[in-house]
Write a protein that binds this ligand. Structure first.
Ligand code: NAP
Ligand code: MG
Length: 482
């Protein structure tokens, strides 16, 4: 079965005002399958004219006039249709991103879960009454921003669309979505499904294209009232500058260097799968990847041996073979990862996974690599590599572990592995990070859990009810009635 069998929409079009339209410039871009380097499809090279049309459609749609109950029902229906199409969506994402089929399937299920959660939340967000002066009644209204822009990366298209576009739609905003040039099939599929579920025209518009063209046009567009961006720090800076020119709020999710801290009293068998999976899942191309493992000296030899054994057992191969790890997204990403590794001391390599012999030549395979005895200031322990590379850093005391954990420019996710309850509480407070997990990592991604960073990991919160506050504006009404 080829990917083309799953394309029930035309991937070379933009989706604007409920219609599939060719980009104004008439050009298309090649979409690559990272597992073998072949062309999957041609996609639209959208630009400023298409973004203009999308913003115009979004401004004039009827979505913002629907009741919260109506919005919730449509979002829930989208979730149901996503569940009905989980297998097709998983195959599209696996082909497009290179992630093993079961991980792509989990992403499709997560997309459905976002829509269910937000569908249920739509009519449960409300304002308050505020006690004020005698003779007044004061209340607040939560209103949509209007038109929201969403610029998403290639690593988890479905999950990020779910949390970003899903949250915005919940509060009555319309959305213009610019997926990544390297992976945009499920963004288009999502638009087709949303339309089938009854999302009115203009509520969601998708303009694929290059970041410097469609992305830049979207982030600087005067009719966009809120921007959500997930991606690199460098582009995040450009987005925030563009938003500043228009004085619009922006949510930035820019990745991290997330630590897991393992103390001597931890349950190592329970920790082991989390320690490794959080580094190699999606070939390490995860904003919340755990690329630093801080290990207390007394268990250092034991735990590094356990992790090394697990690394050696990992199998890397094409997405459709559904092994542990797939290829990196592109030749460029592979160069970036190899660049980091080429500067590291090979003597510190504890273990590497293997790429299966049947992996096609044209795929962008990189074997997960585990480094031990890494200094906290080493580039491997400081930079976001965005590949399946983990650095193990030894420590002696809790104070030292905390200093190392907080010693990067980032702060997205952290975890603490210890049975000592007081230590859990102390560190959960002291770690600079948007999320802290105790004796687990990631907790399944949880749509219910507010997510976002501090420092260079960005600002603003996705997921949970907190995201819905961000996707709405509070209006205060003070009535004087004597
Ligand atoms: P990126 O350039 O930041 O891409 C993210 C999104 O921004 C894509 O949709 C991209 O479009 C768009 N974009 C690029 N330039 C833009 C511009 N001038 N104005 C508006 N939008 C723009 O990330 P990348 O190049 O794909 O990956 C590079 C590095 O970013 C990775 O190595 C990793 O460190 C980090 N990253 C982080 C995350 C995360 O989840 N936090 C996700 C992906 C990447 P196009 O792709 O179509 O150009
Ligand atoms: Mg890119």
């Amino acid at each position: 079965m080829s990917v083309q069998d799953d394309l029930w929409f035309d991937p070379s079009k933009c989706f604007i005002a409920g219609k599939w339209v060719a980009p104004a410039g008439g050009e298309t871009l090649s979409l690559e399958n990272p597992s073998d380097g072949s062309e999957i499809a041609r996609i639209a090279r959208g630009g400023r004219t298409d973004v203009d049309a999308a913003a115009h459609a979004a401004m004039n749609g009827e979505w913002g006039r629907k009741t919260a109950l109506e919005r919730g029902r449509i979002l829930t229906r989208i979730g149901q249709l996503v569940l009905e199409r989980v297998d097709e969506l998983a195959r599209l994402e696996a082909a497009d991103v290179g992630k093993p089929l079961k991980q792509a399937r989990a992403d499709a299920v997560a997309l459905a879960r976002y829509m269910e959660f937000y569908g249920g939340a739509a009519d449960k967000i409300h304002g308050e009454t505020i006690p004020y002066l005698d003779g007044y009644t004061v209340y607040t209204l939560r209103e949509p921003h209007g038109v929201t822009g969403h610029i998403v990366p290639w690593n988890y298209p479905m999950q990020i669309i779910g949390r970003s576009v899903g949250g915005a739609l919940t509060m009555g905003n319309a959305a213009v979505l610019k997926p990544a040039e390297e992976a945009c099939l499920t963004a288009l599929a999502f638009a087709a499904i949303a339309q089938e579920a009854g999302l009115p025209e203009g509520a969601l518009n998708v303009v694929p294209g290059l970041g410097e063209e469609a992305g830049a046009a979207l982030s600087s567009h005067p009719d966009i009232n809120h921007i959500s961006f997930t991606g690199s720090v460098g582009v995040g800076v450009l987005i925030q500058k563009a938003a500043a020119e228009n004085i619009v709020p922006v949510t930035l999710e820019l990745g991290g260097k997330s630590p897991q801290i393992v103390f001597e009293d931890a349950d190592l068998d329970a920790a082991l799968p989390f320690l490794v999976n959080a580094g190699v899942q999606n070939a390490g191309q995860t904003c919340s990847a755990s690329s630093r493992i801080l290990v207390q000296r007394g268990i250092y030899d034991k735990l590094t041996a356990m992790m090394a054994e697990r690394y050696r057992a990992l199998k890397v191969g094409p997405a459709m073979a559904d092994l542990d790890v797939g290829p990196l997204i592109s030749a460029r990403q592979k160069e970036i990862v190899e660049g980091f590794v080429s500067h590291a001391d090979p003597a510190h390599i504890l273990a590497q996974a293997s790429v299966v012999d049947s992996a096609p030549e044209g795929g962008h395979y990189f074997p997960p690599t585990l480094y031990g005895g890494i200094d906290p200031d080493d580039p491997l322990a400081q930079n976001e590599i965005f590949g399946p590379v983990q650095a193990i850093i030894p420590f002696d005391t809790e104070a030292e572990a905390l200093k190392i954990a907080n010693g990067t420019a980032y702060g997205l996710v952290a975890s603490i592995w210890t049975r000592d309850g007081a230590r859990q509480m102390r560190l959960a407070k002291a770690i600079k990070s948007g999320q802290v997990f105790i004796n687990n990592y990631g907790a399944g991604g949880g749509v219910e859990l507010p997510f976002g960073g501090v420092g260079k990991s960005g600002h603003g919160r996705a997921k949970g009810f907190e995201a819905l506050y961000g996707f709405s504006v509070l209006k205060t009404v003070a009535a004087h009635h004597g």
